[in-house]
Design a binder for this molecule. Sequence first.
Ligand SMILES: [Zn+2]
Length: 266
Amino acid sequence: MVTRRTLLAAALAGTVPASAGPLVPPEARGLWESGVTFAYGTRSLALGHHAPAALLRDLAARADAAGRTVTAVLRRAVRPVVVVPATTAEAAALAGTGSVEGLAALASEGRVIVVPGAFARLTPVGRDVVLAHELTHVAAGTYGRPVWLREGFADYVGYLGSGLDVHVAAAELAAEVRSGRAATRLPADGDFAPGSPRLAQVYQESWLACRLIATRYGERALAALYDRAAGRDLAQALRPLGLSVTALTGLWREYVRDELTARGHG
Ligand SMILES: [Zn+2]
């Protein structure tokens, strides 16, 4: 008899037996014909296509931690599902996108899809940041917000508890600020185009905009702003904070300068 226990043992051993078909986690249905491996965390599920058991266990543990962080910020329960395709090409096909170049993971249809090669090259802290970032997209949705808000919010959650110094997490932007280039306007959606020369900096600018809002008005206010901004004009969404877009931009310019020059990190 195939029980969940033998299934887990099989998953740990590498693959789920064909006879286990109906007992494969329902989240795996339709993903792959065979070679499904999986590991449960306390609240998460990691599903792989021929993925090693140790990798899946590690991912499930990291997804548990990311899930706790996202749940705390959004104040609603999040159950992460992380999918590990066998190849980069398979990751792109699963995500329904032509290319996943430059990405270590992405959010798609309620799941986080890991891009195996790129993810493996991240540091352990980097893996946690990326998982929490993508899980935020999955759990909070991305629809109808300015790109800076959805990416900044995901990075805000991603970097929570990472212990990374702002000068490290925003190294490229810090270098610009030190060389005298001042932030002018919040990033426009077009600034996030793949291959844009300031891609790292616009993500960092977005992160700092959200970090500023959380620092000044509280994390709850940031999460509420994020919810309000879905499909709504940003000016309208900011109004309960007593802020206009111009006022936010002014505060943010000061904040970026202060955060990235205040301490002498050379
Ligand atoms: Zn993102």
